[in-house]
Ligand binder design. Structure first.
Ligand code: BGC
Length: 709
């Protein structure tokens, strides 16, 4: 449709019809048997109104959605098609590693490719919009949803978020095989206090702008068609009714022109927060703050029409919101082809096809992080006991893989049997030590212990106060490693866990996260040596829960303790019972080979506002295996009008090197990279000295200095 036709359509619509476009209910409202007594009654839906609404969430399948779309077109007086939205977070039928794992790949192109593949599968199943990526910065692994984040760092998070948006949408979300991307949760959901889900977030404005908003802005700049509000309050205002966040920052400052949707019942929950009187008041506050679509509350459904008629909400505001929804439908091509790519034939061809399973396998290999290795990996042992319930579990795919085809999930056992066919395995799927496990460990050359969390132990509403392993698993590790020192720990889960005992005593530790449908094959590729580990931590791994929140990008304080020192020193900023530093730092991960870095070379050491500095290092593979290295660049602004972090990641490159091969890796340093929110909250770079680090992780001491003049 042309813009003119869209405007004419809008003009023809009644206030009630317009309001209906701004309501989204879930699949339970459509065709369920208990519809009239269940959800419909709770929402006072008495007639076929559900079929006149603008969009649905959470339903899938070409057959079902094609049929539903026909109903929508029939019931809606102007025959406006519905949009079908769903949480396609880390894959659709073929699941890829969870986002925290994808962050650890440090490979935006891989992330783009997984999103593109997910979009192909989901669009064939009739889905038009995905509620992804989650751009929330996560620095507290007590929060279960750090699983859905790309991690603790604004630069990494921004690059991955943008890559994912591009992967879903391509050039145009209306193209075949594409879906529109809805980034979330605006804003600062990752900063919920104490890591407790849905809790309040309290951040200084500077920290919000400096760290937390960057990835959302990256999503806007990458062209994301939609945004979702957050459940939490920020500065004691529910984000879903914060004009400052939604109008001043998201729309005006960031220039977001797409459709803004609330999170699930988040408008209704503003009443429970104590920020709105009732659902009518909540609806008025939300629409006036700029929320276009109300997801799963009855606030817009039962109040919006009346609010407009009474003049509390202007019709022009309503029109703006409806126009955004119609424009997105138009961009998706739904007025011409309301089913878009829905095709049962293509579902069969695409879902979990060989190519997608291969990508799931490859992605897991790129995301796994080798944390410790005394030389036992890659495996040479020929008789191995594999212990732990996760070794035979299919619940390792990931907690937002709600549509994944679990019949295709490759368990660790199946993967090891397939990839390492020359090894004799004995599998004991138990999480506590018993005679069988101990005997198997004793008689084997090596043990693989599968520990950590399954997909129900992490994700939304899965916060913990204690991120160490369950007692049974700790005992299992103690008893097994006592009888067999060649114990390799494979860690599953969606968050950094506190594993100091394991780090000390295991022969090797590898973080597999929740690796997706064929992810265990990728892990087996690494264990066998067919692939080399190249993931790097997207979040710091603490020694204990009490260190949280934790980030490498910390501040010096007035009483800093030297990072190398572990012991407590009175009257310095440290703990009596734990070090300041993490067990494994951000950016860290081992390889099967070794890399050597040259000192940093600069083409000049004075930076001006209009010219850049080229910084280069030579990286050499000094081992005898091919491998990938993530070359990371950090900057410290030595002195500012407000205190500056000890270091901040500004750029990274993942490179492949054959044995003995050497490569020069160059980065351009610009004045823009040095900008921050100064004492007056102006975004500017201040003149002075900067320390530049280029190395393998956030603790590198390969450094040099330059000045901005
Ligand atoms: C989550 C969102 C999700 C929505 C729809 C909410 O509970 O916070 O991330 O997109 O449900 O499923």
């Amino acid at each position: 449709m042309t813009e003119k036709q869209l405007s004419e359509l809008l003009q023809d619509m009644t206030v009630a019809e317009k309001a209906e476009q701004l309501v989204q209910l879930n699949g339970d409202f459509y065709g369920g048997e208990d519809f009239l007594t269940g959800p419909a009654a709770a929402f006072h839906l008495t007639d076929n109104k559900a079929y006149r609404l603008g969009s649905i969430l959470g339903s899938d399948g070409a057959a079902r959605l094609t049929k539903l779309q026909d109903e929508f077109i029939k019931e809606q007086p102007h025959h406006i098609p519905a949009m079908f939205m769903a949480d396609v977070i880390h894959g659709y039928k073929t699941a890829f590693p969870v986002p925290i794992a994808l962050g650890a790949s440090f490979d935006p192109e891989l992330v783009r490719e997984t999103a593109e593949t997910a979009a192909k599968e989901a669009s064939a199943a009739g889905i038009h919009v995905t509620f992804s990526p989650m751009a929330d910065l996560a620095r507290d692994s007590r929060w279960g949803r750090c699983m859905e984040s790309f991690g603790e760092d604004p630069c990494l998070n921004s690059k991955m978020t943008a890559a994912m948006v591009r992967g879903f949408q391509g050039e145009n979300c209306g193209d075949k095989g594409r879906v529109a991307s809805c980034f979330k949760h605006f804003a600062a959901y990752g900063a919920v206090q104490s890591g407790r889900d849905y809790n309040v977030a309290e951040l200084s404005e500077r920290t919000l702008f400096e760290d937390y908003l960057l990835a959302y802005e990256a999503a806007v700049n990458a062209g994301a068609e939609m945004a979702m509000t957050a459940f939490n309050t920020l500065d004691r205002i529910p984000c879903t009714i914060s004009r400052k966040l939604l109008r001043d920052i998201l729309r005006d400052k960031m220039g977001f022109e797409g459709v803004l949707i609330s999170d699930y019942n988040a408008i209704g929950e503003t009443v429970i927060h104590g920020a709105a009187e009732d659902s009518r008041d909540a609806a008025e506050k939300a629409i006036n703050s700029g929320v276009d679509i109300d997801m799963m509350s009855d606030c817009y459904l039962n109040n919006l029409e009346e609010l407009v008629k009474s003049g509390e909400v202007s019709e022009s505001l309503l029109d703006e919101a409806v126009m955004r929804v119609l424009k997105l439908k138009n961009k998706l091509g739904l007025f011409e082809n309301p089913y878009k790519d829905a095709s049962e034939e293509e579902e069969k061809q695409l879902h979990c096809c060989r190519e997608h399973m291969e990508l799931s396998r490859k992605a897991a290999a790129e995301c796994s992080v080798l944390l410790k290795n005394n030389g036992i990996l890659p495996l040479r042992a020929k008789k191995i006991a594999v212990i732990g319930s996760l070794c035979e579990s299919r619940d390792i795919v990931g907690s937002w893989a709600i549509f994944a085809d679990n019949s295709k999930t490759v368990t660790l056992r199946a993967a090891l049997e397939e990839v390492c066919s020359d090894i004799e395995f004995q599998f004991i799927p138990s999480d506590t030590p018993d005679e069988k496990a101990i005997a198997a460990a004793k008689s084997a050359e090596a043990v693989i212990l599968a520990l950590g969390e399954d997909q129900l132990g992490t994700g939304e509403s899965r916060s913990r106060t204690d991120i160490s392993l369950p007692e049974g698993q700790k005992r299992l590790f103690e008893e097994i490693s006592a009888v067999n020192p060649n114990t390799v720990v494979l860690l599953f889960g969606g968050r950094p866990l506190a594993i100091p005992e394991i780090a000390e005593k295991a022969a090797a530790v590898m973080e597999l996260w929740l690796p997706g449908t064929a992810g265990c094959l990728g892990a087996a590729d690494i264990l066998s040596g067919k692939a080399s580990p190249s993931g790097r931590l997207s979040m710091s791994f603490p020694y204990c829960s009490g260190q949280l929140p934790l980030s490498y990008s910390a501040f010096n304080t007035g009483r800093p303790k030297d990072n190398g020192v572990k012991e407590f020193i009175p009257f310095l900023s440290n703990y009596m019972d734990a070090p300041n530093i993490p067990l494994y730092p951000f950016g860290f991960g081992l390889s099967y080979t070794s890399f050597e870095y040259s000192p940093i070379a600069l083409d000049r050491d004075i930076l001006t506002a209009d010219g850049g500095i080229t910084a280069s290092v030579r990286v050499k593979n000094t081992g005898d295996r091919a491998g990938k290295e993530v070359v990371q660049l950090y900057i410290r602004d030595v002195k500012g009008s407000v205190v500056r972090p000890l270091r901040e990641l500004k750029a990274f490159k993942k490179i492949s090197l054959a044995p003995g091969e050497e490569q020069t890796v160059s980065f351009e340093i610009t004045e823009k990279m040095l900008r921050f929110y100064d004492i007056n909250m102006d975004h500017t770079a201040e003149k002075g000295s900067f320390i530049l680090y280029i190395g393998p992780d956030s603790t590198t001491e390969n450094r040099t200095e330059f000045r901005l003049v």
